[in-house]
Design a protein around this ligand. Structure first.
Ligand code: MN
Length: 313
């Protein structure tokens, strides 16, 4: 992961001068963080670079990518919002400053200890409220924080155990639900699985082993039904993209808990994997669904229509 990877990524959707603008933000950030390292031993710049790359994958605008690169320079390098505004415009200054406010709040929540008369859940609730306020003002602040948290979770091994637990708990309680609310399913799954791995390492290994045992068969099955459905949609002239995926480990764990509570077995869990069909229009959804139901019979209690009754995300 380096500067060239980021520039290659944004060249696909940003104009040449915007790419130059982001490159300047990178240089400035690299200069500010020079000599600083992450706990993992990596040069610090790798962290904002990861955050920027993640947001570039989502094709966010140049100001957001620049702010992602600069997101820790107020907090960790003592740069002023005013300086950022002068160099990169007031929008970038405001974005970085808002991210920094949330970062300070996080550190406060993490450093609060139990038994000192402060309930850590209160600090979390406070954090959550601030996140929603930030979201209302500029959604990009929350997107930067989510990508920031993803990288912090990916490098959490380097932290002391007590801190790992607090950060993982907060990820599961605040960040994963936020990603869910924003419809960022992939991010939600990644955050959940990373947090679960630290919070319940034994259980995490157990559930992943169950999945791996069946993986060979499962992947063959996913490939077979994907092709089957693709062909059926094509012959009905429905323009669709069909992809298959295994369920994430944490949601499987939750599902297993529900099944155990109902006295059912692991073998009775139906959705160990999922297919996603993307079409152009709502009416195509129902046409595609008709085709699906023509091939596989729906199980009455296992079927939901989220177009007719939308979910909160
Ligand atoms: Mn950061």
């Amino acid at each position: 992961m380096n500067k060239a990877d980021l520039l290659t990524s944004i060249t696909q959707y940003l104009s040449e001068d915007k790419v130059g603008f982001v490159a300047n933000a990178y240089e400035f950030s690299a200069k500010c963080h020079k000599g600083q390292h992450r706990r993992s031993g990596e040069p610090y710049i790798q962290h904002p670079l990861f955050v920027a790359l993640h947001l570039a994958d989502l094709k966010l605008d140049a100001n957001c990518i620049a702010a992602a690169l600069l997101h820790d320079v107020i907090e960790d390098c003592g740069i002023k919002q005013k300086d950022l505004a002068q160099r990169f415009g007031s929008e970038v200054g405001v974005l970085v400053n808002s991210v920094s406010k949330l970062t300070r709040l996080e550190l406060l929540a993490i450093h609060r200890r139990n038994g000192e008369g402060i309930d850590p859940s209160t600090a979390q609730a406070e954090n959550l409220r601030k996140m929603f306020i930030a979201m209302a003002q500029d959604i990009r602040v929350v997107l930067i924080k989510l990508a920031d948290r993803l990288h912090n979770m990916k490098t959490l091994k380097a932290m002391p155990r007590e801190r790992q637990l607090k950060i993982a708990r907060e990820t599961l309680d605040i960040y994963a639900p936020l990603a869910h609310r924003l419809g960022m399913a992939d991010l939600k799954w990644q955050l959940e699985d990373l947090a679960f791995q630290f919070l319940q390492p034994g259980r995490y290994r157990e559930v992943s082993r169950l999945i791996t045992q069946r993986r060979g068969k499962r992947e063959q099955y996913i490939a077979r039904v994907t092709t089957l459905l693709k062909d059926a949609l094509e012959s009905s002239s429905i323009n669709a993209e069909v992809t298959g995926r295994p369920k994430n480990i944490y949601s499987l764990h939750q599902k297993m808990n529900r099944y155990i509570a109902q006295g059912k077995e692991f073998d009775q869990i139906h959705d160990l994997f999922a297919l996603r069909v993307l079409v152009d229009r709502v009416q195509d959804c129902y046409a595609a669904l008709g085709i699906v139901h023509g091939i596989w019979h729906p199980i009455p209690t296992q079927f939901d229509d989220y177009i007719a009754s939308p979910r909160e995300n």
